[in-house]
Design a protein around this ligand. Sequence first.
Ligand code: FES
Length: 229
Amino acid sequence: MSTGEDSRRAPPAPEALGNGVERIAGARLNVIYEGKRCIHARHCVTGAPTVFLANVKGPWIDPDTISAERLVEIAHACPSGAIRYEGKDGVPEETAPPVNLIAIRENGPYAVRADLRFDGQAAGYRATLCRCGASKNKPFCDGSHHAVDFAATGEPLTDSADMLAVRDGPLAIEPLPDGPLKVTGNLEITSGTGRVVARVQSAKLCRCGGSANKPFCDGTHTRLNFRST
Ligand code: FES
């Protein structure tokens, strides 16, 4: 007699979309997985363990084991955007969040939720961006902050700036060569614990790890001879 685990069908084989991106077809939505963007926040394997199988070899995403609506919630919780989806059969596509946010993760990356534009191109709604300077997949975080023991000194101060009149809209992110991330658009910057650090419409954010005025660039990248490639 086989156990339930023995009789479990194998997850569907992913379809390669290029650049390390995979599509895993489901009945009501397709999961899109971009491994290079994953920061192992583990919302997927803990929130939907029958969909995102931990510690298996080969195909590990099985979209049809929970409802599409629940799977959408799990995808939205993925801070890096490594997990995305294509809705079908009445499942709507992901839409832009109502407020553009960058959360400064303690000793880790910037977690961005916005209608993102990289180099003028639409780039989804979630991303984690390197701020330690060590990622091999810049401007995205690849977890290297652990390897280099990145320690961002203190938490930034709380800011009392007025609420922005408009809080959403496109957020353009331009990684300046060997320099900071130039961010343009309506934006609230918060600490990892949710305190408001700044409300801005443009900013240059440190990504070399060396600024004494984090999260903002203070020019230290020049002294550190920071290289963004
Ligand atoms: S990018 Fe870090 S100080 Fe400018």
